[in-house]
Design a protein around this ligand. Structure first.
Ligand SMILES: Cc1cc2nc3c(=O)[nH]c(=O)nc-3n(C[C@H](O)[C@H](O)[C@H](O)COP(=O)(O)O)c2cc1C
Length: 327
């Protein structure tokens, strides 16, 4: 913690910087991943992003059965963010494994499969199917989508249920198992539940519960009423959650929420995240991940870090931050 920069010694002849980070036995070429639900199954961005340049991506969440998603409008702009209630539209795990999975596995970075379900047994059953299909290296368990009535919101707020899901999944898969946490709950307690159940890593945050209103029509902006808030507006919430969770766990944490620039990403790493995911920013700037990777490299050079891992958890006086102080 707080070793300070080594700018002066290294500035004259900067050594090549390693951006590699590890999630258990998985090596990511850099700590920048695309977030679930914003990058499809990886191929959707081929015109904009060379997947050989990024650390990896998380697939949009796959569910036990096909889902048509929620009625439109499903997205709405808000100041510094967006609301969505997509409703986990997807073809279901069987169709996904038969038609999309082989292509996902061909992508030249680390694909992480996101799963969402309504019962513990369904989560476990999906892991069994994925194991049978083969090739899976990492699974992100979506515990927290606030848009789907029967799809995980209750689990994500209940540490015991999260523990049961992670334990059940761990028993049937050898994949690196990541619990994706909701900010609409006691994130620290949920993180501890996930770790107790055998999670190998934690990612946070999913979207924050939000509501937008059209006053002329006196109706919610989204057809479903409430939605999930994402984008720059949520970054301080995500940073606080990352900070708090990193203090209580030794598991690798993947920071998510409002990351659009290298500085945003650097903030999460300094606070303790091992990697980051970029979501909403990709809609406005599909090149955001590449810009972040370049910016992180420059930052490491300027600060004399040989490896991006040198900057993880280096927040000065982080131990003195008081929690819950506002106003
Ligand atoms: C349109 C949209 C769809 C999303 N779909 C999923 C999803 O299928 N599964 C999931 O775990 N998170 C999903 N998310 C949440 C993101 O992965 C991410 O956790 C959240 O948006 C915060 O990051 P951001 O501010 O960088 O977007 C979705 C977000 C958006 C904006």
């Amino acid at each position: 913690m707080g070793t300070g920069s080594k700018t002066t010694e290294k500035a004259a002849n900067p050594a090549p910087v390693s951006l590699e980070v590890r999630l258990g036995g998985i090596v990511l070429r850099n700590p920048v991943l695309a977030a679930s639900g914003t990058y499809g199954y990886g191929a959707e961005y081929h015109d904009f992003v060379d997947n050989e340049t990024i650390g990896g991506f998380v697939t949009k969440s796959v569910t036990p059965r096909p889902r048509r998603g929620n009625p439109h409008p499903r997205v709405a702009e808000t100041p510094s963010g967006m609301l969505n209630s997509i409703g986990l539209e997807n073809a279901g795990i069987d169709e996904f494994l038969a038609h999309d999975w082989p292509d996902v596995l061909e992508e030249p970075c680390v694909p992480i499969l996101s799963i969402a379900a309504g019962t513990v047994d369904e989560y476990v059953e999906m892991c069994v199917k994925v194991e049978r299909a083969g090739g899976v290296r990492a699974i992100e368990v979506n515990l927290s989508c606030p848009n789907v009535k029967e799809g995980g919101r209750t689990f994500g707020a209940d540490p015991a249920a999260v523990e049961a899901i992670m334990r059940g999944c761990k028993n049937v898969t050898g994949a690196f198992l990541i619990a994706k946490l909701t900010p609409n709950a006691d994130t620290v307690a949920i993180a501890q539940g996930a770790e107790a159940g055998g999670a190998d890593g934690l990612s946070l945050i999913n979207t924050l519960l939000g509501l937008g209103v059209d006053v002329e029509r006196r109706k919610p902006l989204l057809a479903m009423g409430m939605g999930g808030l994402s984008g720059p507006a949520v970054k301080p919430v995500a940073l606080a959650a990352t900070y708090q969770v990193c203090r209580v766990t030794t598991l690798p944490v993947i920071g998510i929420g409002g990351i659009a620039t290298w500085k945003d990403a650097a903030e999460f790493l300094v606070v303790g995240a091992t990697a980051v995911q970029v979501g909403t920013a990709l809609f406005a700037n599909p090149r955001a991940m590449n810009e972040i990777i370049e910016g992180l490299t420059d930052y490491c050079v300027r600060h004399g870090y040989d490896s991006v891992t040198d900057m993880i958890g280096t927040l000065e006086r982080g131990d003195l931050i008081e929690e819950g102080v506002a106003g």
